[in-house]
Design a protein around this ligand. Structure first.
Ligand code: GDP
Ligand code: MN
Length: 381
C-alpha cells in the first residue's frame, strides 16, 4: 500500500518525526483556507501523486500570499504528472533549507535484515546518487531482533558525514523512523529530502511510505489508506471477476491454473526473452466461463501482443479445459495470437480438441518451454 506524501507525513508525525505544519485539500478555496490557518507565509503548495519528481514537473510551488496560493492551487489541481492526475494538494509552511539529506529503511531480503540508507546528498533521486557516487550512501544492516540502538544510529550518522549541526536531530529521527518502519509494518519508509534548516533543526520535507497491505488487521486505521489506493484498472476488472491478477508492464498476457504455475509461467516467459504483461491464476476450475473472463481481462490490456495459456490438469481434466477454451474463444473476440500448453490429466484428449481449431494465431505446444518460445516470438521481442 503506497501512501501519498500527506498520509506519509501524518504517519511520521504519530511517531514524533518532525514535519512542517500543513493540511490536505481538493479545492482552490480549501488551499487558501489551509494557508490562512497555517498563518505565516510563504507556504508550499504540493501536488499529491504517488510518483517522484513532482518538483521538476511543476507540481511544487512556493506561495508568498493568499493570491499566489490561489494561482498555484488552481494550476496544480487537475495537472497531469507522469500519467497521474492531481486530485489533492498539500499545503504546508515553507522551510528554509541549509542542507538536503536522504534517509530510508527497507527490507534487504537476501541479507534477511533491515537495510537503512543515509546520505548527505539528498533532494535528488537516490538511484542517481547510487550511480554517480555510491560511497556517498552510508548503509547499515539491522538485525530485526537487536533493532537500531542510539549508539549504532550515531555511528551511522558519522559515517554518512552529515553536518555536525545535524547530528543530534538526525540520530533522533532515524530511531523514530526505524520504529515507524517496524511498528507500522512498513515495507519502505523514505525521507528525501531530510533537511537541516539554517537555525539547526532537522526535519522531514517529503515522505514516501509503503505499508504492508497484509498488516491491515493489526492496524484498523490503515483502512483510510486502502480507501485512497490508486488501482490498476486491469486489476480492478480482474478482481471483480474473482481472478487472482497482478498487472505487469510487458506484452505477453499470461493465464495459468494455480499460483505456482502462474509464477513459473511469468519466469519462463522472461527466461526466453519475453516480457510478461501480467500474472493471472484462474484457480482450479478452468471452465469456459472463467476462461472467457480471463481472456477478456487480458484482451482489454492494450500492451498485450500475444497470450500464453498454461494449464496443468490435475483434478481439472484436459478435455474439459480444451472445450472451455474453445467455447470461451467463441464468446470473446480476441485481438492477439494465443499459444496453449496443456498437460496433465486427459492432456491427449484435450490436445486433440485444440488441434481441430489450430491456426497461425491459435497454437498448441506440448511443453512449457516450447510454448514460451512460440508466444514470445509472436509477441515480438
Ligand atoms: P519530489 O520532487 O516529488 O520528491 O518532492 P519533494 O517534496 O521532495 O520536493 C522537491 C524539492 O522541492 C525539494 O528537494 C526542495 O528542494 C523543494 N522544496 C520542497 N519544499 C520546500 C520548502 O518548504 N522550502 C524550500 N525552500 N524548498 C522546498
Ligand atoms: Mn522528494
Amino acid at each position: 500500500m503506497d501512501l501519498f506524501e500527506y498520509q506519509g507525513k501524518q504517519f511520521f508525525a504519530t511517531f514524533g518525526i518532525p514535519v512542517s505544519p500543513g493540511d490536505v485539500t481538493t479545492t482552490v478555496d480549501g488551499a487558501v483556507e489551509v494557508a490562512e490557518r497555517i498563518g505565516s507565509y510563504p507556504v508550499v503548495v504540493k501536488a499529491q501523486v504517488q510518483v517522484g519528481g513532482r518538483g521538476k514537473a511543476g507540481g511544487i510551488k512556493l506561495a508568498n500570499d493568499a493570491d499566489e496560493v490561489r494561482t498555484h492551487a488552481s494550476n496544480i489541481l487537475g495537472m497531469d504528472i507522469k500519467g497521474h492526475t492531481v486530485e489533492r494538494i498539500w499545503i504546508e509552511q515553507a522551510s528554509d533549507i541549509a542542507k538536503e539529506y536522504y534517509a530510508s529503511f527497507t527490507l534487504d531480503r537476501s541479507a534477511k535484515k533491515h537495510l537503512g540508507m543515509l546520505s548527505a546528498q539528498g533532494g535528488v533521486e537516490i538511484e542517481a546518487v547510487a550511480e554517480s557516487d555510491p560511497d556517498a550512501i552510508a548503509k547499515v544492516w539491522i538485525d530485526p531482533v537487536d533493532g537500531l540502538t542510539e549508539a549504532a544510529a550515531r555511528a551511522w550518522v558519522a559515517e554518512a558525514k552529515l553536518d555536525p549541526d545535524a547530528t543530534e536531530g538526525t540520530v533522533d529521527i532515524l530511531q523514530k523512523l526505524y520504529r515507524a518502519y517496524v511498528e507500522g509494518d512498513a515495507d519502505l519508509v523514505e525521507i528525501n529530502p531530510l533537511i537541516l534548516t539554517p537555525d539547526g533543526r532537522v526535519h522531514a520535507l517529503d515522505a514516501k511510505v509503503t505499508l504492508d497491505g497484509n498488516s491491515v488487521f493489526r492496524h484498523p486505521d490503515y483502512e483510510q489508506y486502502e480507501a485512497t489506493q490508486e488501482r490498476d484498472e486491469r486489476e480492478t476488472a480482474a478482481h471483480e471477476k474473482g481472478l487472482q491478477y497482478v498487472g505487469l508492464d510487458g506484452t505477453v498476457g499470461i493465464i495459468a491454473n494455480g499460483a505456482g504455475l502462474a509464477m513459473s509461467t511469468v519466469d519462463i516467459v522472461s527466461q526466453v526473452g519475453g516480457q510478461p504483461a501480467n500474472f493471472l491464476d484462474i484457480g482450479g476450475g478452468a471452465n469456459a466461463e472463467v476462461m472467457a473472463g480471463a481472456l477478456e481481462v487480458i484482451n482489454n490490456d492494450p500492451k498485450v501482443k500475444a497470450i500464453f495459456i498454461n494449464i496443468f490438469g490435475g483434478i481439472t481434466k484436459g478435455d474439459e479445459v480444451a472445450n472451455g477454451i474453445v467455447t470461451a474463444l467463441g464468446r470473446v473476440d480476441i485481438g492477439s495470437p494465443i499459444v496453449i500448453r496443456l498437460d496433465g490429466t486427459n492432456a491427449e484428449e484435450g490436445r486433440a480438441i485444440l488441434a481441430d481449431h489450430e491456426s497461425d494465431t491459435f497454437i498448441s505446444k506440448p511443453t512449457m518451454i516450447e510454448a514460451a518460445e512460440a508466444v514470445v516470438a509472436l509477441a515480438g521481442k
